[in-house]
Design a protein around this ligand. Structure first.
Ligand code: T3D
Length: 260
């Protein structure tokens, strides 16, 4: 296990890295040091060829309460904080190139909710809830929430959650398609690990391109999207995984993908 001060980082034998936010006494609220550690952990997971999928979760009863309002003081330099600490974390996650899952074990508020939205999938415990939190303290959404939330739930629901700051419980989040699975708290880890293990055995090179394409698609017209498909299919079609996938199909056996 790599040593960090505010997070735990471990990799299991199935190629799944797990980052645990580890300030349970403050509902895992973010500090600058913690955010830099998370960015480093995401880069570490990206660089490690044995890692094929990533889980992010929180220690204790919450996922993350967003910025530590006690640590940030009464007159924080928001622009500097966002640029120096939040942006590296969320862009490292976006650039991971491997599937990521937020294992939401309790409340995810403010930038903590933003972090779950930056992951590719969310698996939640029955007691989990999502709270945008920003409007309650007269802030605008940050840490990628203004980008990810409308894409995931639509403009109307994003506007509602951000403006009214109501709790979005796990079951409703599932009905909205924000969460892929809801499990009893005691089954959350096993449920999430099963999905992560399945993803880790998938053709993760194609997955990385697919993620980029879907995100870019909102800024493209049809011609642009077709061009993007042609460019990326040329790369995916030259991959070892493609040849393995076709061979496995012909030989009527499960494919063994390597992510290259
Ligand atoms: O520089 C910048 O600030 C820019 C970046 C901004 C990004 C952001 O994330 S802004 C949004 C910051 N987060 C919030 O505003 C959320 C504040 N917290 C809450 O609304 C609630 O605590 C929760 C909905 C998260 C959870 O509610 P609940 O009832 O389950 O727990 P609680 O009793 O409110 O909190 C438990 C403890 O955690 C409590 O401490 P205590 O009284 O037991 O000593 C509470 O003060 C503490 N806590 C909760 N959130 C934070 C926090 N301490 C520091 N910072 C927090 N964000």
């Amino acid at each position: 296990m790599t040593e960090y001060k505010n997070i735990l980082y471990e990799v299991n034998g199935a190629g799944v890295a797990k980052v645990t936010l580890n300030r349970p006494e403050a509902l895992n609220a973010f500090t600058g040091e913690m955010l830099l550690e998370m960015a480093a952990a995401f880069r570490q997971a990206k660089a490690d060829n044995t890692v094929r999928a990533l889980i992010v979760t929180g220690a204790g009863r919450g996922f993350c309460a967003g910025q530590d309002l006690r640590a940030s003081g009464s007159n924080p330099d928001f622009e500097n904080t966002l640029k120096t600490y939040y942006r590296p974390m969320i862009t490292a996650l976006a650039g991971l190139g491997k599937p990521s899952i937020a294992m939401v074990n309790g409340v995810a508020a403010g930038a903590g909710m933003s972090l779950t939205l930056g992951c590719d999938f969310r698996v939640a415990s029955q007691n989990a809830k999502f709270v945008t939190a920003f409007s309650k303290i007269a802030l605008v959404p940050d840490c990628g929430m203004s980008y990810h939330l409308p894409r995931l739930v639509g403009l109307g629901r994003a506007q509602e959650l951000i403006s009214l700051n109501r709790d979005l419980m796990a079951d409703e989040a599932y009905n909205w398609g924000l969460v892929v699975k809801v499990a009893p708290l005691e089954e959350l880890e096993a449920t999430t690990q099963a999905i992560a293990t399945q993803l880790a055995a998938a053709p993760t090179l194609a997955f990385g391109f697919t993620r980029q394409m879907l995100h870019h698609s909102f800024a493209l017209d049809l011609d642009g999207a077709l061009e993007q498909e042609e460019d990326n299919q040329a790369i995916a079609g030259a991959s070892t995984d493609f040849f393995e996938g076709v061979s496995a199909f012909m030989e009527k056996r499960p494919a063994i993908f390597k992510g290259k």
